[in-house]
Write a protein that binds this ligand. Structure first.
Ligand code: NAP
Length: 305
């Protein structure tokens, strides 16, 4: 018997990934949407979250696809109304607000799942297995994409709390923190802000352990989502956002598709609800917060969509 779920914030990622993943899953029945403008054909649509919570006590699970800044209020209301909650990445606009949600979920015996879709990329688990027990001598992330392609017209990414280039960069950090055998911490950062924007469009990060990262939202043409790791036993490369694994330049596994990531997230959520458990790992977001704390600020030309 599928569990009823409501999807909140029917925008780009809801339509691209959440709706197809829920529709294809035997675990879930999309029972309502909440969005001021968006809706899904054939699904009861609400424009007001309080109204949905009041009208649909039969829906025990809420999946929040809103941008990070408005998400906290929705998550808090959902938990206070006794619903389990699934959060898009990044799990919040601040670390403290996610801690508050964790406390609230635990106090009410509810599931809180802070998702990291890139951790579900096909080659991440094999990469983690290959690196287990090895010494990392160097690691480097190159995450370069075109903000106009992936966030068309989404001004929120450049508003305070929108995280700028860390919105995709945190996906790389979610993989890094998953696959490295030992934790690293940020030691320096350079953040490039367009002169008319509140968040960075590019960032260079330095971590302990000879680990580094470059994020850039100004790449046109082919996109680059690579993580390279050197060990005494060989060179690992994760390409296509964690979906393709190479060892010493030879393809080992995976294919260039992210379409398995969201079905995997919804399968985990079903299990967490069944087991009355929560998963909230803030490790990737700690690195972003540290970069914002330590980062040296550079200015670039104005950015317009
Ligand atoms: P989006 O399309 O700009 O926003 C999703 C929906 O949230 C909007 O359509 C809007 O729906 C609602 N919304 C926006 N601002 C709101 C506000 N202030 N108050 C209430 N509702 C608001 O964003 P998105 O690209 O789907 O991203 C949403 C989240 O998914 C982000 O955290 C992002 O990091 C993550 N994500 C995005 C992608 C991607 O490719 N874009 C990939 C993976 C993960 P209504 O106007 O209908 O209310």
């Amino acid at each position: 018997m599928p569990t009823k779920i409501a999807l909140v914030g029917i925008g780009k990622i809801a339509i691209d990934q959440h709706v197809p993943a829920i529709a294809a899953s035997p675990d879930w029945d999309l029972a309502a949407t909440v969005s001021r403008k968006g809706s899904v054909d054939g699904t009861p649509a609400f424009t007001d979250f309080d109204a949905m919570l009041a009208a649909r006590p039969d829906i025990p699970v809420i999946s929040l696809c809103l941008p990070p800044v408005p998400r906290f209020d929705y998550a808090q209301k959902a938990l206070l109304a006794g619903r389990h909650v699934m959060l898009e990445k990044p799990p919040g606009a601040t670390l403290a607000e996610v801690h508050a949600l964790q406390t609230l979920a635990a106090a009410n015996g509810l599931t809180l799942y802070a998702t990291w879709h890139s951790r579900m990329a096909q080659a991440v688990a094999p990469a983690k297995a290959w690196l287990t027990g090895k010494t990392i001598t160097r690691a480097h992330i190159t995450w370069r994409e075109d903000v106009r392609k992936w966030h068309p017209g989404q001004d929120w990414v450049f508003e305070p709390g929108g995280m700028g280039v860390f919105d995709p960069g945190i996906n790389a950090l979610s993989i890094l923190t998953e696959i490295l055998p030992a934790p690293v911490h940020l030691t320096a950062a350079t953040l490039t802000f367009p002169e008319n924007r509140q968040t960075p469009i590019a960032a260079n990060l330095t971590f302990s352990g000879n680990v580094s990262a470059e994020f850039d939202w100004r790449q046109t043409g082919p996109q680059t989502w690579d993580i390279e790791v050197d060990t005494p036993q060989g060179h690992l490369a994760l390409r296509m956002g964690g979906n393709v694994l190479e060892i010493d330049g030879k393809p080992i596994s995976g294919k260039a598709s992210i379409m398995g990531e969201y079905p995997a997230l919804y399968a985990v959520m079903a299990k967490l609800v069944r087991e009355q458990a929560s998963v909230v790992d803030l490790g990737p977001m700690v690195h972003v917060a540290d970069a914002m704390t330590l980062g040296q600020r550079l200015q670039s030309e104005p950015f317009f969509f």
